[in-house]
Design a protein around this ligand. Structure first.
Ligand code: ADP
Ligand code: MG
Length: 294
């Protein structure tokens, strides 16, 4: 089966007064996203994550290289409005600031905006809006004014607006960054639910605890893929991630430092706090080395 999204040596450079000539925001980037996957994209500020997201749904077009959506090449030719429409319908995007994504003064009208633009018949729009609001747990707010909602609730309304267009894939570009911990958790639960229901998820984040929940992690640096793999494999490369200016999950960092300081050999991994505490306690008990920790 063709991947849902494929990048083949894609380069993108911004043009403008402030831009350094020859500076690539995305540099020879090759990657594949399989339908149904949950992929986290990590990377320092300026590493090219948002540019990659915008290339995926044709907000930007590459300078060179090719992009395929379900095997259809969407580069190297003049695109019609229909081509662009088709890609945007398949690949939705949720941005960082919930306030910038709300367009209507009533929640259900806001959610209806996308399908209306797609020319969906009004009876079906109603069904889609209700279904989308149910999915994000916001049905009871259908008649509310979006600006009175919390950040997390607004973001869930924005997600409902994307779901109502029935995309195959949703890209979340730091969509939890402006939320409080509760809002972040609600949005993450919604994202997991969408993925379980078959929607491909691309989660751009700088929260390690969100990234570890993905099937696969792609770490970007200077517009290129720097590391890639299952979260537990990628996060074990602690020093390499530090070099890219990234953090690793707290449990991994703690075990890495203890191993280094005390000559221990606890396997590096991504552990919940209970498991992390158990591994350390077992090690202390087996070595009798209680004095080394201070
Ligand atoms: P990230 O999302 O990982 O922080 P971006 O994709 O936004 O990274 O940026 C990649 C590079 O492109 C950075 O060097 C950034 O300064 C530059 N860049 C991003 N957006 C623009 C723009 N609109 N105009 C000029 N340069 C930009
Ligand atoms: Mg960004």
């Amino acid at each position: 089966m063709e991947p849902l999204i494929r990048f083949d040596n894609v380069c993108y450079t911004y043009t403008g007064e402030d831009c350094e000539p020859g500076m690539f925001a995305v540099n020879n980037l090759s990657l594949e996203i399989t339908e149904g996957e949950f992929v986290a994209i990590l990377g320092h500020n300026g590493s090219g994550k948002s540019t990659t997201a915008k290339l995926m749904n044709l907000i930007l077009s590459p300078n060179s290289g090719d992009i395929y959506i379900e095997g259809n090449k969407i580069t190297g030719r003049e695109l019609t409005d229909e081509d662009i429409f088709d890609v945007r319908k398949k690949i939705g995007m949720v941005f960082q600031n919930p306030d910038n994504q709300i367009v209507a003064t009533i929640v259900e009208e806001d959610v209806a905006f996308g399908p209306e633009n797609l020319g969906v018949p009004s009876k079906e729009i109603r069904e889609r809006v209700n279904e989308a609001l149910d999915t994000v747990g916001m049905r009871e707010y259908a008649r509310h004014a979006p600006h009175k909602l919390s950040g997390g609730q607004k973001q869930r309304v924005a997600i409902a607006g994307v779901i109502a267009m029935k995309p195959k894939c949703i890209i979340f570009d730091e969509s939890t960054a402006m939320l409080d911990p509760m809002g972040r958790k609600d949005v993450m639960n919604t994202i997991h639910r969408l993925n379980r229901e078959g929607i491909t998820v691309i989660l751009i984040t700088h929260y390690m605890n969100e990234a570890v929940q993905a099937d696969r992690v792609i770490v970007m640096k200077n517009g290129e893929v720097y590391e890639e793999g299952k979260p537990e494999d990628v996060f074990c490369r602690v020093e390499r991630l530090w070099e890219a200016g990234l953090e690793v999950p707290q449990s991994t960092e703690l075990i890495f430092k203890l191993n280094k300081k005390l000559g221990w050999d606890i396997p590096l991994g991504v552990y919940d706090f209970d498991t992390c505490a158990r591994l350390i306690t077992e090690k202390i008990n087996s070595t009798g080395d209680k004095d080394g920790i201070n």
